[in-house]
Design a protein around this ligand. Structure first.
Ligand SMILES: [Zn+2]
Length: 157
């Protein structure tokens, strides 16, 4: 009885290179045939020989992360040929900085509102009254009024 060879579906890398894929193909686990765009972008930026050398130089358990990083880096390089992924990082850092500025501005607005609230609630206060303490330790406006009235304005007869 003749032994049948297993029919191997070529991985994306072997298809692009028009080579026959094997069970030992270094690309197959990372560039499956159903996602050819991953290898195409990596191939266009780094070239096949570089990818082979890189993957061969790594432990098997590191290769998936390396392949995914190559795809991300190559995709970024195609979108922005000058800066690549550094451009994406720069843009994200700028967004973080903008959002931190907005947060600082909103926190300042909140502090100003607390200050105005204190002046309305405690017009005769010497500065020791703080609506933030009351707001954080009570659950409703009614509680604030009772708490404040009970401790400051209402004296037991
Ligand atoms: Zn292959």
């Amino acid at each position: 009885m003749a032994k049948r060879k297993r029919n191997i579906v070529s991985c994306a890398a072997c298809r692009v290179q028009r080579k026959k894929c094997s069970e030992e193909c270094i690309f197959a686990p990372h560039f499956p045939q159903d996602a050819p765009e991953k290898f195409t972008v990596v191939h266009s930026v780094y070239g096949t020989n570089y990818v082979i050398k890189l993957l061969q130089g790594l432990e098997i358990q590191q290769r998936a992360d390396a392949a995914n990083n190559l795809v991300c880096e190559a995709s970024a390089r195609v979108k922005d040929p000058i800066q690549g992924s550094a451009g994406v990082i720069h843009e994200l850092q700028k967004r973080i900085s903008d959002l931190e500025s907005q947060l600082a501005s909103k926190q300042q607005e909140l502090m100003n509102m607390h200050s105005m609230f204190d002046k309305i609630l405690f017009p005769m206060c010497d500065g020791s009254c703080d609506s933030q303490d009351i707001l954080y330790h009570t659950s409703s406006t009614e509680d604030i009024m009772y708490e404040e009235l009970g401790s400051v304005l209402w004296e037991p007869i």
